[in-house]
Ligand binder design. Structure first.
Ligand SMILES: Cc1cc2nc3c(=O)[nH]c(=O)nc-3n(C[C@H](O)[C@H](O)[C@H](O)COP(=O)(O)O)c2cc1C
Length: 160
């Protein structure tokens, strides 16, 4: 999409968030955490794409959110974000609400609309066997999410 570059950030190698692993008066972190925090800090905005676990965010996403909330540099703060999710009957919508709640204290500014919660087990399926989103209407909705996120990120950067 023009003007939009999406970098996938792998959070699978992060240790469990634990202040005992912090050094330098709370501003030093394990190497995997340092590089994750650098990528969060460098991002213009965030697209959270995560499954819902037991009506909430996954433990691994919460862990990543917690790591980048530590220290004197607030990596998440004052940036735009959007959520996309695929799940059961509610398409992961309940987990998204929890994510919005977590974002309050981190000063993450989520776009309100549009949201994209995809019912992953519908027939006909919206994804192919490789997990690619193939349903044309849902792809169009995803495009609207990305355009809204881009517009909101630019507004925040202009301080409007
Ligand atoms: C521990 C656990 C809890 C889950 N809880 C929910 C849930 O609350 N709502 C939901 O829609 N799906 C839930 N799921 C299903 C996930 O959404 C699903 O595993 C995820 O979309 C990944 O899909 P895949 O296994 O096809 O890659 C859960 C899965 C796991 C492993």
């Amino acid at each position: 999409m023009p003007g939009l570059q999406i970098d996938h950030v792998d959070i699978s190698d992060l240790p469990m968030a634990n202040p005992d692993l912090e050094t330098d008066n709370g501003d030093g972190f394990p190497p995997e955490v340092e590089s994750f925090r650098d990528r969060v800090l460098a991002a213009d905005c965030f697209l959270f794409a995560s499954p819902e676990y037991n009506y909430s965010v996954t433990g691994s996403l919460k862990n990543a959110l917690d790591w980048a909330s530590r220290g004197s540099v607030k990596c998440w703060a004052d940036k735009a974000a959007a959520i996309v999710c695929a799940g059961g009957d509610f398409g992961g919508g309940r987990g998204s609400l929890h994510l919005r709640q977590i974002g309050i204290y981190l000063d993450i500014h989520f776009i309100d609309k549009p949201e994209l919660h995809v019912r992953a087990f519908d027939d006909p399926p919206k994804f192919d066997a490789d997990g690619n989103l193939t349903d044309a209407k849902t792809r169009e909705r995803l495009k609207k999410v990305l355009l809204s996120l881009q517009a909101f990120a630019l507004r925040l950067q202009r301080n409007e």
